[in-house]
Every structure is written in structure tokens, then in C-alpha cells.
Ligand binder design. Structure first.
Ligand SMILES: [Zn+2]
Length: 117
């Protein structure tokens, strides 16, 4: 094994994928937002899709929706029932939620929970 294949080198640069190139040209996508539980449009505002693709309804970013997806998947596995959006997580009475955010779409949705800090 050559020396340079033995270790991971940082920073790691990935090539821009076809979806990213198309998304930055199209600038508007339709889809389901699991932060606000809506069929909606996502606006591309810049080249970095992670912090853009803003939901026109709740203003969540792509990164926030990815976090919401992981939350839904993880809590679904814990309780043995499929949760598809943050509103369903917020409706759970026996769950204590701690969020370090004090503003934004995720905070706004989860703040309706019974035990939210
Ligand atoms: Zn939304």
C-alpha cells in the first residue's frame, strides 16, 4: 500500500455531484419538509446547499432538515413507532427535549413540546 493511501488527509475535498450542479442552476425544488410537515418549495440561495435550500414555509435549511431526519429516525427506533416529522416528536408527552438553539425553524417547531428547554 502506498504511503498516501494509509492515512486520511484533511481537508477532504469532494467533487461536486450532479445533483448539486443541477440544484444551483434550477434554484427552486419541490419536496417534503420534515421540520414544518409540509409539501413545499426549497429555494437555492447560493452555492452551498448544506446551508441553503430554504423551505419557503418555515425557513429551515437543508442542514436543519438533515438533523430533523436523524432525530425522527433515532426517536422512532427508541419508541418503536415511525415518526416522520418534528411536529410528531413535539407531540410526545413523555419526551424531554433540550435544544441549544433559541431561534429558527427547529426551535419554533419543537418549542410546542410539553417538556422543551
Ligand atoms: Zn419547512
Amino acid at each position: 500500500m502506498p504511503h498516501n493511501e494509509k492515512f486520511i488527509k484533511y481537508p477532504i475535498y469532494h467533487s461536486v455531484k450532479a445533483f448539486d450542479r443541477i440544484a444551483t442552476k434550477v434554484r427552486v425544488w419541490a419536496g417534503y419538509c420534515l421540520v414544518c410537515d409540509s409539501l413545499t418549495l426549497f429555494l437555492v440561495d447560493g452555492r452551498w446547499l448544506r446551508e441553503t435550500l430554504l423551505c419557503v414555509r418555515c425557513k429551515s435549511t437543508n442542514r436543519q432538515r438533515q438533523v430533523a431526519y436523524i432525530l425522527c429516525s433515532s426517536i422512532s427506533a427508541l419508541i418503536g413507532r415511525k415518526l416522520r416529522c418534528l411536529k410528531e416528536i413535539a407531540s410526545l408527552d413523555n419526551l424531554i427535549l433540550y435544544n441549544t438553539e433559541a431561534t429558527g425553524a427547529v426551535h419554533k417547531t419543537l418549542s410546542t413540546a410539553k417538556h422543551y428547554t
